[in-house]
Design a protein around this ligand. Structure first.
Ligand SMILES: Nc1nc2c(c(=O)[nH]1)N[C@H]1C(S)=C(S)[C@@H](COP(=O)(O)OP(=O)(O)OC[C@H]3O[C@@H](n4cnc5c(=O)[nH]c(N)nc54)[C@H](O)[C@@H]3O)O[C@H]1N2
Ligand SMILES: Nc1nc2c(c(=O)[nH]1)N[C@H]1C(S)=C(S)[C@@H](COP(=O)(O)OP(=O)(O)OC[C@H]3O[C@@H](n4cnc5c(=O)[nH]c(N)nc54)[C@H](O)[C@@H]3O)O[C@H]1N2
Ligand code: SF4
Ligand SMILES: [Mo]
Length: 706
């Protein structure tokens, strides 16, 4: 008799949109994956990656047991042997070279996997090193630093109230491809169209006419890396034209006059010269923000991951504050999640520049050093050198700038262990790989992204499949490896109970719990009764009660920002003759570096080429689809160029996460794909000076015919 057909509901954990999925299975087969129409947040929306969740589950290349490297082969080993060897090695390295000779790199999927978020601390406590790196500093670090500076907590991050806004200014974000970031917004095409249907507008500022720009009311090209001039000029205009209205926040603001002074030199005319956006247009953007009720200014990767990333994110908050667009309906609002609700007294607020990196002297934030310095900290000899590395769900060889240097650094380590289920560009350097279960084999509660969602909901889902007998979840690996290391150090550490138990306490104590006197009296058990998710209401103004600064005020300016504004004022014209500025590009069918082993996602038109404006092609006597060599300060790659007026003249675009054709990678489908790694060109020395975040956009390159 054939096995029974079952229907499961599960949120997708591949990107920040956390769409509800309806998954039909029979035995151990997935029959179909569709959007869950009853999910109150995603409303049935799904993208092609959601369907591809099944390809990860069935992928023959996915590791199911620990492996150890023997020469250039991989040998299966038992979990006992794996934990013992890793613990022996790490402890030996620390005994010889000190606690900080072992480093961590945590990749992006950690924040999409709740057991990794709750249990990573067990391993960290056992290892006791202060060398932590993560994808945060290749990404949203400027948002955390800005929230820490202005609102007193790195995770108190307001998001656009997209369902009620009348005017949305999107700078350097492409939600149609990314499905939103630092803004959990499934079903974003409909949500953006709804702005227009209710008589509002949205405007995109981007060096490329992106998918989002295509459907916007207006698209303005901007020269990469110059957004800070635009934003400072908008602030300048608000002061110059007496457009400032701070509404209910007025009494909380400290340093308003200083902002007025510091933005003086940044005229719309200067902005025009640097950005390419007409001065009158710059003024109009400021006026619209100030005069339209329910307006919001939002910026993402394009403005975070560039040379003035923090200044841009700060200026975006300031514009929202000065136009009474913060903490108001239709503007920027703080989500109120069932778990992880930030209010005064909450731990994990962050700290900044408590120590600096050894070689380049970049500051830590919240206990992490910028990932741009990880390779040099491995390669530069001397006291404090990193000798061993633990990676969890990360692929820095393809994701961090100067990938060739990263590759060389990982080869130079005394020992490396990876918690990951693929042998890819990074993990191939490991001595031992510890593979966790895949997503459909564990339960799921999204800890990170309900906290950034445009509507408050909560959702818990059971595992779709029973995990195989000899398998471990990420959280079990953290517990057991932590114990093994602690035992060798004669330390006592506590392992943690399963993640669902941990978050249950947090939910019960949260704002919808019985303790808070909420009528829902939420607990995990109650949430489990709603497998499609539970609607807990639209975003509401709440910032004034939730500010975590010591005096409960918003200090608009900080020293490090004044310094950065100085740096902006002194910066010259960025490009030399013949130089082009390289930017990235995301595609709906791709997910950073690790979903190219799914046939259904990579089939069809290739998507890894370099885009170049026809004028720039002509100037180099290049023709469409020619093979070209791209050179930057750190490296060179060869690929195909496509002629496209999507990018502005002077700008070229290459997506990241490709470049799987190399020896040592065991990804059957991915390694057949053409395409090179964009991060073999991006520069580890090109950083946002304020935070140390990587500047992966706006990288100077030259392009030649092959
Ligand atoms: N399909 C898909 N979805 C994803 C991901 C993925 O890889 N694929 N990754 C996920 C992750 S980890 C993240 S962080 C988010 C990112 O989410 P987004 O930030 O929305 O995604 P990006 O496509 O990187 O958008 C950045 C935009 O900035 C533009 N840009 C580049 N340089 C500049 C500049 O100097 N100024 C301005 N104004 N714009 C600039 C680019 O052309 C691009 O359109 O996406 C998430 N979702
Ligand atoms: N040039 C350029 N570079 C970029 C960007 C860009 O826009 N342009 N974007 C940056 C951004 S926003 C980000 S977030 C980073 C991402 O950088 P990383 O996080 O370093 O890289 P990913 O490609 O996300 O790789 C994820 C790894 O996690 C593994 N994995 C997946 N799920 C799990 C799991 O549940 N458990 C475990 N243990 N492992 C798992 C995968 O096999 C893969 O090896 O890239 C950054 N790099
Ligand atoms: S948009 Fe993101 S969360 Fe939704 S189905 Fe696609 S990958 Fe999954
Ligand atoms: Mo990211």
């Amino acid at each position: 008799m054939p096995a029974e057909i079952k229907t499961h509901y599960r949120a997708c954990n591949l990107c920040e949109a956390i769409c509800g999925l309806e998954i039909k299975t029979q035995g151990d087969q997935v029959l179909s994956i569709k959007g869950d129409k009853q999910d109150p947040l995603s409303r049935g929306y799904i993208c092609p990656k959601g369907t591809a969740m099944q390809d990860i589950y069935t992928d023959p290349d996915r590791l199911r047991e620990p492996v150890k490297r023997v020469g250039d082969r991989w040998e299966k080993i038992s979990w006992e042997e794996a934990f013992a060897s890793v613990a022996d090695k790490l402890v030996a390295v620390q005994q010889e070279h000190g606690a900080d000779s072992v480093a961590f790199y945590a990749g992006n999927p950690n924040v999409h996997n709740y057991g990794s978020m709750t249990h990573a601390s067990v391993l960290r406590k056992a290892v006791q090193s202060k060398m932590h790196f993560s994808a945060t500093s290749l990404d949203q670090l400027p948002h955390h630093l800005t929230s820490y500076t202005l609102y007193g907590h790195q995770s108190l991050i307001p998001v656009p109230d997209i369902d009620h806004t009348q005017y949305m200014l999107i700078i350097g974000g492409n939600p149609l491809a990314s499905n939103g970031s630092i803004m959990t917004v499934p079903d974003v095409p409909k949500r953006l169209k709804a702005i227009q249907q209710r008589g509002g507008r949205f405007i995109v500022i981007d060096p490329r006419r992106s998918e989002t720009a295509e459907i916007a009311d207006q698209h303005l090209f901007i020269r990469p890396g110059t957004d800070a001039y635009l934003l400072m000029a908008m602030i300048h205009t608000l002061f110059a034209e007496d457009l400032i209205a701070t509404g209910h926040l007025a009494e909380l603001l400290v340093g308003l006059d200083q902002i007025g002074e510091i933005c003086q030199p940044f005229t719309p005319e200067l902005a025009e010269q640097r950005t390419g956006i007409a001065a009158e247009q710059v003024r109009q953007l400021a006026r619209d923000m100030a005069t339209i009720e329910g307006a919001v200014c939002y910026g993402r990767m394009g403005v975070s991951v560039q040379v003035f990333g923090t200044l841009c994110q700060w200026a975006i908050q300031i514009i929202n504050i000065l136009t009474h667009s913060l903490d108001v309906r239709g503007g920027m609002l703080l989500p109120s999640p069932a778990f992880g609700y930030i209010k005064p007294g909450e731990s994990g607020a962050g700290h900044f520049a408590a120590f600096h990196s050894r070689v380049s002297g970049l500051p830590e934030f919240a206990g992490e050093l910028p990932s741009t310095v990880m390779a040099e900290e491995i390669l530069t000899e001397g006291e404090g050198q990193i000798r061993a590395l633990i990676t969890t769900a990360g692929n820095p060889v393809l994701s961090a700038p100067n990938g060739q240097q990263m590759d060389a650094a990982l080869s130079a380590l005394d020992f490396m262990v990876c918690i990951d289920f693929y042998i890819n560009e990074t993990t191939q350097h490991a001595d031992i790989i510890l593979p966790p279960t895949s997503a459909l084999e564990h339960d799921h509660y999204d800890l990170a992204f309900h906290r950034l969602a445009v509507h408050n909901t909560t959702r818990f889902n059971e595992a779709v499949f029973q995990p195989p007998v000899n398998s471990k979840h990420d959280w079990e690996i953290f517990n057991q490896l932590g114990l093994a290391i602690a035992a060798r150090k004669g330390m006592q550490i506590k392992v943690l109970p399963p993640p669902d138990q941990l978050i249950d306490m947090g939910i019960q104590r949260g704002p919808y719990g019985a303790n808070a006197g909420h009528e829902l009296a939420l607990s995990l058990d109650k949430i489990k009764q709603h497998p499609h998710g539970l609607d807990i209401g639209p975003l509401q103004p709440s910032l004034t009660e939730r500010l975590c600064t010591q005096d409960g005020k918003i200090h608009l300016l900080a020293d490090y920002l004044s310094k950065d504004i100085d740096r902006l004022a002194k910066m010259g014209e960025p490009t030399e003759k013949d130089q082009l500025l390289l930017i990235g590009r995301r595609h709906i069918r791709s997910n950073n570096s690790w979903m190219h082993n799914s046939h259904r996602l990579v089939k069809g038109k290739p998507r890894w080429q370099l885009l170049m404006h026809p004028d720039d092609l002509a100037a180099r006597q290049l023709h469409d689809q020619a093979q070209v060599r791209i050179e930057s300060r750190v490296g060179a790659v060869e690929t195909q160029v496509l002629s496209s007026d999507e990018v502005m003249p002077g700008v070229v675009s290459l997506p990241h996460g490709w470049g799987h054709r190399r020896t040592g990678v065991s990804l059957e489908i991915a390694s057949q794909q053409e395409g090179v790694s964009c991060n073999d060109l991006t520069d580890n020395k090109l950083v946002d000076q304020a935070s140390g975040n990587a500047a992966l956009n706006g990288v100077p390159v030259r392009v030649f015919a092959l």
